[in-house]
Design a binder for this molecule. Sequence first.
Ligand SMILES: Cc1cc2nc3c(=O)[nH]c(=O)nc-3n(C[C@H](O)[C@H](O)[C@H](O)COP(=O)(O)OP(=O)(O)OC[C@H]3O[C@@H](n4cnc5c(N)ncnc54)[C@H](O)[C@@H]3O)c2cc1C
Ligand code: FES
Length: 321
Amino acid sequence: MKTAATEEPKRAILDARVVGNRLLCRDHYCLTLATPSLPRAVAGQFIHINAAVAPTNGCSSVEQPSDARQTAGGAPMLRRAFSMADVRRTDEGVEVDAIYRVVGTGTRWMASLGVGDAVSMLAPLGNGFPINKAKPTAWLIAGGVGLPPMLLTAQSLVAEGVRPVAFYGAQSRDLIALTIDPSVPPRSDAAEAVAAATEFTERDTPVVISTDDGSLGFHGHIGAAMAAYHATNPIKADQLVVYTCGPERMMRFVAEYCVERGIECHVCMERAMACGTGTCQSCVVEVKDADAQDGWRYELCCEQGPVFDARRVLWEPNKTT
Ligand SMILES: Cc1cc2nc3c(=O)[nH]c(=O)nc-3n(C[C@H](O)[C@H](O)[C@H](O)COP(=O)(O)OP(=O)(O)OC[C@H]3O[C@@H](n4cnc5c(N)ncnc54)[C@H](O)[C@@H]3O)c2cc1C
Ligand code: FES
């Protein structure tokens, strides 16, 4: 039996180097970080990153913002959280992919990083998606930048003998952060999941794609695409687990759809995270608790999450249990 002193750490602050930072589609990049080691990580966990030193050799033309919340080098004051899209063991150590959309100070700094830049990475954090091998099918429902954890989850499910089907929605075709195979177009009626996206096909996962404007795949939001797929591909509730990540409104739709039908569902919540390790209390999620005075209480998204059982989440704005 291992003593506490020799147990592998659950997380670590790691010196990482950028080995890739490529544009995937409008506003979306894939940042690849290499590090000599990484404690054991599972799908749904996240990394918390910031500059090790202010970046000086950025290769991107993205303009550096003028913002009081950043350092002179353009990096944010606080770390930013990103789901792990992939984790690969290499001869030199470990490579981690983070897929991000440029929305503000931190992600603009990330887009300015070039190969060789130093990044401080606190990882892995959070709890990750539970895999239920007793249920043979899993649906992965992603909206926008909810995509990254689903790639790693698809890989983990296949390794455990579970059959994943991915659902991915974006506002329009130019915001789809996947490589679309022109010979296998996604179905516009969502009646079938197909090998339309290389990143999922490589993980033995067919996909249903939706766009809000109808420019690719199903015309509508990804929750509606999931419901349309379900109508033509009925499945018993006890044979299915649903995982979802993306905008809160979309996750709420998926969560309520599943809870009403008795389908096991796990949601990956997002909160602003200052510390990522349970210290600052900045990342609360309201969860139902029959024993609490008002029927609910707070849990920390960084420590007890980011993955929560869909039945427990108290969705804003109506705090009814
Ligand atoms: C557990 C976890 C996992 C995450 N995984 C990912 C991931 O894989 N990929 C990813 O891109 N992001 C992910 N995020 C969100 C990511 O951390 C934020 O996008 C990031 O913190 C924004 O930082 P910023 O400094 O660029 O924006 P800020 O300067 O902090 O914000 C600038 C503006 O952008 C808005 N904004 C912030 N986040 C978003 C958003 N997601 N979409 C639209 N507007 C936004 C803010 O409201 C604000 O108005 C994750 C967050 C958490 C908590
Ligand atoms: S981010 Fe500090 S407690 Fe969760």
